[in-house]
Design a protein around this ligand. Structure first.
Ligand code: ZN
Ligand code: ZN
Length: 283
C-alpha cells in the first residue's frame, strides 16, 4: 500500500461508491470519520490507478495498515498480548477471505458458462487488504521480537523463553502469510486461464501470446505456460488440485500457529500471575 502520495490519480468517488462508503477492512462508515482510498497489492503507483487496485479504508485502518509505525508502541506485556491477539484475529479473517477467493476460482468457470455474474474483483481486494493488515501488525511484533525492547517488558525469569516463543509464533505466522498469498496467486491463475485479467476481470488474450499487460488496468498478466497442455488448453484440474494442497498446507500451519500462540500467551499470563507489575487478563 502506498501512503498519501498524490503522484497517482484515481476516480476516488467510483471506489467509494463501489465500496458503499464503508471501510473494506473494518466495515466502518463515514460516521467513523474520514474515508480514504488506498492502493492494495502490487500496483504501479503512478499515473491513473485503476479501481481494481484501490479500496476504501477508514482513517484508523488506513494508519494501522499503511503506517503501522505510527500506532502505539508495544511497551508492556499486556500490549504484547493484545498485539498477538490482533495478529491472530486478522489472520483468521485472512484465512477465510483467501479461502473464499479459492472457492470462487473453482466456481467462476461454471458461472461464466451459464452467465451468472460472480463478483471477483472485490473479494480479491478484501483478501489483499486483510493480508496487508496482518503484515502490518505482524511487522510490529517482529520488531519487538528482534529488539532489546522485549527484555524491558519481559519479567527477568521468563525473558529468554518469551523471546524464543515469540520468535516461533512470528515464524509460523509469516509462513501462513506466504501460503495464503500462494493460494491467492493460484486462484488468480485460474482467472487468467479463463481469459480474464486476474485483477480487474476484463477479458484478455487467453493464449497469453500477444498480451502481457491488461489493457484496462495495465496490470502485468502472469504467464500460464506451466499450466498449459501442448495444444494451449489450461490444466484447470491440476490448478484446482494445487489450490487445495496449498489450502491444506495453510491449515496445518494454522494448527502449529495455534499451539505457538498458546505457548506465548501462557508465558505472559504466568508472568502476570507471578507478580509482574504488568497484569494480563486471562481472557
Ligand atoms: Zn476501518
Ligand atoms: Zn486488468
Amino acid at each position: 500500500m502506498d501512503s498519501d502520495a498524490r503522484e497517482w490519480h484515481a476516480d476516488r468517488e467510483a471506489v467509494f461508491e463501489r465500496d458503499e462508503y464503508t471501510c473494506r477492512h473494518c466495515g466502518g462508515g463515514r460516521e467513523a470519520g474520514v474515508l480514504r482510498v488506498a492502493t492494495v497489492g502490487e500496483t504501479p503507483v503512478q499515473g491513473t490507478v485503476h479501481e481494481s487496485s484501490l479500496v476504501t479504508l477508514c482513517d484508523d485502518c488506513y494508519v494501522s495498515i499503511t503506517r503501522p509505525e505510527e500506532t502505539n508502541s508495544i511497551d508492556s506485556q499486556s500490549a504484547l498480548f493484545e498485539t498477538i491477539q490482533d495478529v491472530t484475529k486478522r489472520q483468521s479473517e485472512a484465512i477465510s477471505a483467501v479461502a473464499s477467493v479459492g472457492s470462487l476460482a473453482t466456481t467462476i468457470p461454471g458461472s461464466l458458462e451459464d452467465g451468472t455474474d460472480l463478483e471477483y474483483v472485490v473479494p480479491r481486494l478484501d483478501a489483499l487488504v486483510v493480508l496487508e493488515s496482518v503484515d502490518a501488525t505482524l511487522g510490529r511484533l517482529e520488531g519487538v521480537a528482534d529488539s532489546d525492547a522485549l527484555e524491558s517488558i519481559a519479567s527477568p525469569s521468563t525473558g529468554s523463553e518469551l523471546a524464543s516463543r515469540l520468535e516461533a509464533f512470528c515464524a509460523s505466522a509469516s509462513t501462513l502469510q506466504e501460503q495464503l498469498r500462494q493460494v491467492l496467486e493460484q486462484a488468480e491463475l485460474v482467472i487468467v486461464g479463463l481469459g480474464r485479467c486476474h485483477g480487474c476481470f476484463s477479458p484478455v488474450d487467453p493464449t497469453g501470446e500477444t498480451e502481457t499487460t491488461c489493457s484496462t488496468c495495465r496490470r502485468a498478466i502472469p504467464a500460464m505456460d506451466e499450466w498449459r497442455e501442448s495444444d494451449g488448453s489450461v490444466r484447470f484440474d491440476d490448478l484446482y488440485g494445487t489450490i487445495n494442497a496449498s489450502l491444506q498446507a495453510s491449515s496445518r500451519t494454522t494448527t502449529t500457529l495455534t499451539t505457538r500462540t498458546q505457548a506465548v500467551a501462557q508465558l505472559l499470563v504466568d508472568g502476570a500471575m507471578s507478580g509482574s507489575d504488568d497484569a494480563v487478563d486471562r481472557d
